[in-house]
Design a protein around this ligand. Structure first.
Ligand code: ZN
Length: 233
Protein backbone atom coordinates (compact mmCIF):
# COMPACT_ATOMS: atom_id res chain seq x y z
CA UNK A 1 0.00 0.00 0.00
CA UNK A 2 1.00 3.64 -0.02
CA UNK A 3 3.09 5.56 2.50
CA UNK A 4 0.80 8.09 4.24
CA UNK A 5 3.63 10.65 4.47
CA UNK A 6 4.70 10.65 0.85
CA UNK A 7 3.65 12.84 -2.03
CA UNK A 8 3.97 13.18 -5.79
CA UNK A 9 3.98 16.76 -7.08
CA UNK A 10 2.91 17.60 -10.63
CA UNK A 11 5.84 19.86 -11.39
CA UNK A 12 5.87 21.59 -14.77
CA UNK A 13 8.58 24.14 -14.05
CA UNK A 14 6.10 27.01 -13.82
CA UNK A 15 5.57 29.37 -10.90
CA UNK A 16 2.47 27.62 -9.53
CA UNK A 17 3.73 24.05 -9.48
CA UNK A 18 7.12 25.24 -8.18
CA UNK A 19 5.40 26.86 -5.21
CA UNK A 20 3.42 23.66 -4.70
CA UNK A 21 6.65 21.69 -4.61
CA UNK A 22 7.98 23.86 -1.77
CA UNK A 23 4.60 23.50 -0.02
CA UNK A 24 4.85 19.70 -0.26
CA UNK A 25 8.46 19.63 0.98
CA UNK A 26 7.32 21.61 4.00
CA UNK A 27 4.69 18.95 4.85
CA UNK A 28 5.60 15.49 3.69
CA UNK A 29 8.54 13.23 4.58
CA UNK A 30 9.12 12.10 1.03
CA UNK A 31 8.35 14.09 -2.10
CA UNK A 32 8.78 12.96 -5.70
CA UNK A 33 8.07 15.05 -8.79
CA UNK A 34 6.57 14.32 -12.19
CA UNK A 35 6.66 16.34 -15.40
CA UNK A 36 5.03 15.71 -18.77
CA UNK A 37 6.62 16.21 -22.13
CA UNK A 38 4.13 16.87 -24.90
CA UNK A 39 5.43 19.43 -27.34
CA UNK A 40 8.19 21.87 -28.19
CA UNK A 41 6.53 24.90 -26.58
CA UNK A 42 7.01 23.43 -23.11
CA UNK A 43 10.66 22.51 -23.52
CA UNK A 44 11.77 25.73 -21.79
CA UNK A 45 9.50 25.05 -18.84
CA UNK A 46 10.79 21.51 -18.54
CA UNK A 47 14.39 22.71 -18.69
CA UNK A 48 13.74 24.85 -15.60
CA UNK A 49 12.73 21.85 -13.51
CA UNK A 50 16.16 20.47 -12.65
CA UNK A 51 17.58 23.89 -11.77
CA UNK A 52 14.63 24.65 -9.51
CA UNK A 53 14.85 21.27 -7.73
CA UNK A 54 18.57 21.81 -7.14
CA UNK A 55 17.87 25.32 -5.90
CA UNK A 56 15.32 24.03 -3.38
CA UNK A 57 17.76 21.44 -2.09
CA UNK A 58 20.42 24.14 -1.60
CA UNK A 59 17.95 26.38 0.21
CA UNK A 60 16.97 23.98 2.96
CA UNK A 61 18.79 20.80 4.13
CA UNK A 62 15.52 19.26 5.39
CA UNK A 63 13.96 19.76 1.96
CA UNK A 64 17.06 18.26 0.33
CA UNK A 65 16.61 15.13 2.46
CA UNK A 66 12.92 14.86 1.55
CA UNK A 67 13.24 15.50 -2.17
CA UNK A 68 13.10 12.20 -4.00
CA UNK A 69 13.07 11.06 -7.58
CA UNK A 70 11.96 13.11 -10.56
CA UNK A 71 9.87 11.36 -13.22
CA UNK A 72 9.20 12.62 -16.73
CA UNK A 73 6.58 11.03 -18.93
CA UNK A 74 6.29 11.60 -22.62
CA UNK A 75 2.69 12.28 -23.71
CA UNK A 76 3.20 12.84 -27.42
CA UNK A 77 -0.43 11.98 -28.11
CA UNK A 78 -1.50 15.33 -26.60
CA UNK A 79 0.15 17.23 -29.45
CA UNK A 80 -2.07 15.30 -31.86
CA UNK A 81 -5.24 16.73 -30.27
CA UNK A 82 -4.28 20.42 -30.11
CA UNK A 83 -5.56 22.97 -32.66
CA UNK A 84 -2.13 23.23 -34.22
CA UNK A 85 -2.38 19.59 -35.19
CA UNK A 86 -6.10 19.48 -35.95
CA UNK A 87 -6.21 22.48 -38.28
CA UNK A 88 -4.09 23.51 -41.22
CA UNK A 89 -3.01 26.65 -39.32
CA UNK A 90 0.13 25.37 -37.63
CA UNK A 91 1.23 28.61 -35.99
CA UNK A 92 1.02 28.98 -32.20
CA UNK A 93 -1.23 31.93 -31.38
CA UNK A 94 -3.65 33.14 -28.73
CA UNK A 95 -7.32 32.36 -29.18
CA UNK A 96 -10.03 34.92 -28.47
CA UNK A 97 -10.64 33.40 -25.02
CA UNK A 98 -6.98 34.00 -24.07
CA UNK A 99 -5.88 30.39 -24.31
CA UNK A 100 -3.12 29.34 -26.69
CA UNK A 101 -4.36 27.22 -29.58
CA UNK A 102 -2.09 24.41 -28.37
CA UNK A 103 -4.58 24.02 -25.49
CA UNK A 104 -5.73 20.43 -25.04
CA UNK A 105 -9.22 19.93 -23.55
CA UNK A 106 -9.11 17.98 -20.30
CA UNK A 107 -5.32 18.10 -20.12
CA UNK A 108 -5.21 18.21 -16.33
CA UNK A 109 -7.50 15.19 -16.09
CA UNK A 110 -4.99 13.26 -18.15
CA UNK A 111 -2.00 14.56 -16.17
CA UNK A 112 -3.56 13.65 -12.84
CA UNK A 113 -4.59 10.21 -14.05
CA UNK A 114 -1.06 9.47 -15.24
CA UNK A 115 0.35 10.93 -12.03
CA UNK A 116 -1.94 8.70 -9.96
CA UNK A 117 -0.79 5.66 -11.90
CA UNK A 118 2.84 6.56 -11.17
CA UNK A 119 1.99 7.28 -7.52
CA UNK A 120 0.33 3.87 -7.33
CA UNK A 121 3.48 2.15 -8.57
CA UNK A 122 5.72 4.24 -6.29
CA UNK A 123 3.54 3.78 -3.18
CA UNK A 124 2.89 7.52 -2.81
CA UNK A 125 -0.32 8.64 -1.10
CA UNK A 126 -0.69 12.36 -1.80
CA UNK A 127 -0.95 14.06 -5.19
CA UNK A 128 -0.19 17.77 -5.31
CA UNK A 129 -1.04 20.10 -8.21
CA UNK A 130 -1.02 23.85 -8.83
CA UNK A 131 -4.56 24.08 -10.20
CA UNK A 132 -6.30 27.29 -9.26
CA UNK A 133 -9.82 28.59 -9.65
CA UNK A 134 -9.18 32.17 -8.50
CA UNK A 135 -7.23 33.43 -11.50
CA UNK A 136 -9.47 31.26 -13.60
CA UNK A 137 -7.80 31.18 -16.99
CA UNK A 138 -10.54 29.27 -18.73
CA UNK A 139 -9.44 25.76 -17.91
CA UNK A 140 -12.52 23.93 -16.57
CA UNK A 141 -10.31 20.99 -15.55
CA UNK A 142 -8.68 23.27 -12.93
CA UNK A 143 -11.96 23.73 -11.05
CA UNK A 144 -12.24 22.47 -7.49
CA UNK A 145 -15.34 20.40 -8.30
CA UNK A 146 -13.56 18.78 -11.24
CA UNK A 147 -10.67 17.75 -9.03
CA UNK A 148 -12.88 16.50 -6.19
CA UNK A 149 -14.77 14.35 -8.70
CA UNK A 150 -11.49 13.09 -10.14
CA UNK A 151 -10.20 12.15 -6.68
CA UNK A 152 -13.27 9.93 -6.22
CA UNK A 153 -12.85 8.42 -9.69
CA UNK A 154 -9.14 7.69 -9.18
CA UNK A 155 -9.72 6.09 -5.78
CA UNK A 156 -12.52 3.91 -7.12
CA UNK A 157 -10.66 3.06 -10.31
CA UNK A 158 -7.34 2.23 -8.65
CA UNK A 159 -8.59 0.93 -5.29
CA UNK A 160 -6.46 3.40 -3.31
CA UNK A 161 -6.96 6.31 -0.93
CA UNK A 162 -5.17 9.06 -2.84
CA UNK A 163 -5.58 12.59 -1.54
CA UNK A 164 -5.49 15.36 -4.16
CA UNK A 165 -4.06 18.60 -2.81
CA UNK A 166 -4.40 21.92 -4.61
CA UNK A 167 -2.86 24.46 -2.21
CA UNK A 168 -3.30 27.33 -4.69
CA UNK A 169 -6.97 26.67 -5.47
CA UNK A 170 -8.31 29.78 -3.70
CA UNK A 171 -5.21 32.00 -3.90
CA UNK A 172 -4.68 34.78 -6.40
CA UNK A 173 -1.25 35.24 -7.98
CA UNK A 174 -0.11 37.79 -5.41
CA UNK A 175 -1.01 35.32 -2.64
CA UNK A 176 0.98 32.63 -4.45
CA UNK A 177 4.11 34.85 -4.23
CA UNK A 178 3.29 35.45 -0.55
CA UNK A 179 3.01 31.70 0.03
CA UNK A 180 6.47 31.23 -1.46
CA UNK A 181 7.75 33.89 0.92
CA UNK A 182 6.11 32.19 3.93
CA UNK A 183 7.64 28.85 2.96
CA UNK A 184 11.16 29.93 2.12
CA UNK A 185 11.59 33.69 2.56
CA UNK A 186 13.26 35.99 0.03
CA UNK A 187 15.54 33.17 -1.10
CA UNK A 188 12.60 31.08 -2.32
CA UNK A 189 10.90 34.07 -3.93
CA UNK A 190 14.15 34.78 -5.81
CA UNK A 191 14.45 31.15 -6.86
CA UNK A 192 10.88 31.21 -8.24
CA UNK A 193 11.65 34.44 -10.14
CA UNK A 194 14.88 33.10 -11.65
CA UNK A 195 14.26 29.42 -12.22
CA UNK A 196 10.60 29.01 -13.12
CA UNK A 197 8.91 29.67 -16.43
CA UNK A 198 5.30 30.56 -17.24
CA UNK A 199 5.31 32.30 -20.65
CA UNK A 200 3.15 30.61 -23.31
CA UNK A 201 5.64 31.52 -26.01
CA UNK A 202 8.68 30.02 -24.30
CA UNK A 203 10.47 33.38 -24.31
CA UNK A 204 13.45 33.31 -21.93
CA UNK A 205 15.77 36.05 -23.11
CA UNK A 206 13.89 38.98 -21.55
CA UNK A 207 14.21 39.41 -17.77
CA UNK A 208 11.55 41.38 -15.90
CA UNK A 209 11.11 42.01 -12.15
CA UNK A 210 8.79 38.96 -12.07
CA UNK A 211 11.08 36.67 -14.08
CA UNK A 212 11.51 35.75 -17.74
CA UNK A 213 8.91 35.91 -20.51
CA UNK A 214 7.57 37.75 -23.54
CA UNK A 215 5.63 40.10 -21.24
CA UNK A 216 2.59 40.15 -23.55
CA UNK A 217 0.92 36.71 -23.53
CA UNK A 218 -1.90 36.00 -21.03
CA UNK A 219 0.41 33.89 -18.83
CA UNK A 220 3.04 36.65 -18.62
CA UNK A 221 0.31 39.23 -17.99
CA UNK A 222 -1.09 37.19 -15.08
CA UNK A 223 2.38 36.61 -13.60
CA UNK A 224 3.29 40.31 -13.92
CA UNK A 225 0.07 41.55 -12.32
CA UNK A 226 0.47 39.09 -9.43
CA UNK A 227 4.06 40.14 -8.86
CA UNK A 228 3.16 43.84 -8.87
CA UNK A 229 0.35 43.31 -6.36
CA UNK A 230 2.69 41.23 -4.17
CA UNK A 231 5.55 43.75 -4.42
CA UNK A 232 3.19 46.61 -3.52
CA UNK A 233 2.60 44.72 -0.26
ZN1 ZN B 1 4.70 35.36 -22.44
Amino acid sequence: MSDPQSALVLFSGGQDSATCLAWALDRFDGVETIGFEYGQRHRVELDCRAAFREGLARLNPAWAARLGEDHTLSLDALAAISDTALTSDAEIRMREDGLPNTFVPGRNLLFLTFAAAVAYRRGLRHLVGGMCETDYSGYPDCRDDTLKALQVALNLGMERRFVLHTPLMWLDKAATWRLAHELGGEALVDLVREETHTCYLGERTRRHAWGYGCGACPACELRRRGWEAYAAG
